[in-house]
Design a protein around this ligand. Sequence first.
Ligand SMILES: Cc1cc2nc3c(=O)[nH]c(=O)nc-3n(C[C@H](O)[C@H](O)[C@H](O)COP(=O)(O)OP(=O)(O)OC[C@H]3O[C@@H](n4cnc5c(N)ncnc54)[C@H](O)[C@@H]3O)c2cc1C
Length: 283
Amino acid sequence: MRYDVAIVGTGPAGLEAAITLKIRKKNIIVIGKKDASSKVRSAERIDNYLGIPAVSGDDLAKKMLDHAESMGVEITEGRVSMIYPYGEYFAIQCGEEIIEATSVILCAGVAPAKTIPGESEYLGRGVSYCATCDAAMYKDKKAVVVSYSPEFEEEAEFLRKYASEVIYVPTYDAGDLKIEGVEIVKAKPVEIKGAMKANTLVTDNGEIATDGVFVLRDQIAPSSMVPGLETEGSAVKCARDMSTSVPGLFAAGDITGAPYQLIKASGEGLTAALSAVSYLSKV
Ligand SMILES: Cc1cc2nc3c(=O)[nH]c(=O)nc-3n(C[C@H](O)[C@H](O)[C@H](O)COP(=O)(O)OP(=O)(O)OC[C@H]3O[C@@H](n4cnc5c(N)ncnc54)[C@H](O)[C@@H]3O)c2cc1C
């Protein structure tokens, strides 16, 4: 099954794109979180979303989800790790699954400003963004997990089912975290080194030899997620119609750069959706 459009991200940009494409009767898949966006939810009070004054982030996220659901939008819970443009269509890696779509709208939120030196260079050669996808390749091998959020502790546990040794390096305050069968190393990642493949994580507390490094953060740098995608700094470079350097791929919201604001994200979501409709009519 090939979708017309895959939307990556369920914040205001992604949900606005989704309802617009539903109105245009397109066959879509919306990949992200069922609770919309932790960013929206964390806002205590929002005063600049036209038509909905003095609203809490939690309430606004609920209104957005209810609106989307009322229009038949379904959210597929998941995290996209790679998007491969094949010309006629895109192959989207989401966990172990590959999803196909003719067009993609990237709405994954603000892009990380920094990657670890060596991360992009070794991506696909010993560096991975998805433990679920690549765990099976680590049978009887050693893996290091650099994690930017407690939500990835489960992934280290999962990886341990395959790898003979897993070292978990949290970049957040992990307290006295314990994961069965996994060694926790509290250190700051400095560089990923290797030869043909990555084989060492350099930290501020010494080097860790490994067969591979999993870098798990909520947001993946767009240029790492989509081969050939042009960026300006960390943001996706877009034209006014939200098209990117990759034909058929559009972007919207914080991922396209400042201002990081809700109504700008929603507006870009709508523009990207209409541009995707126009793209579909030509291919
Ligand atoms: C505390 C706080 C207060 C704020 N207050 C205001 C305010 O008062 N007014 C205002 O206008 N703006 C405010 N903002 C900014 C506003 O929340 C953002 O501009 C807006 O949420 C951006 O929407 P977005 O859809 O681009 O991205 P996001 O809301 O960040 O949504 C991105 C979604 O994509 C998902 N995602 C990321 N990577 C992937 C992947 N690889 N695969 C699948 N899904 C993925 C994320 O989990 C998330 O659900 C505030 C932000 C914060 C943090």
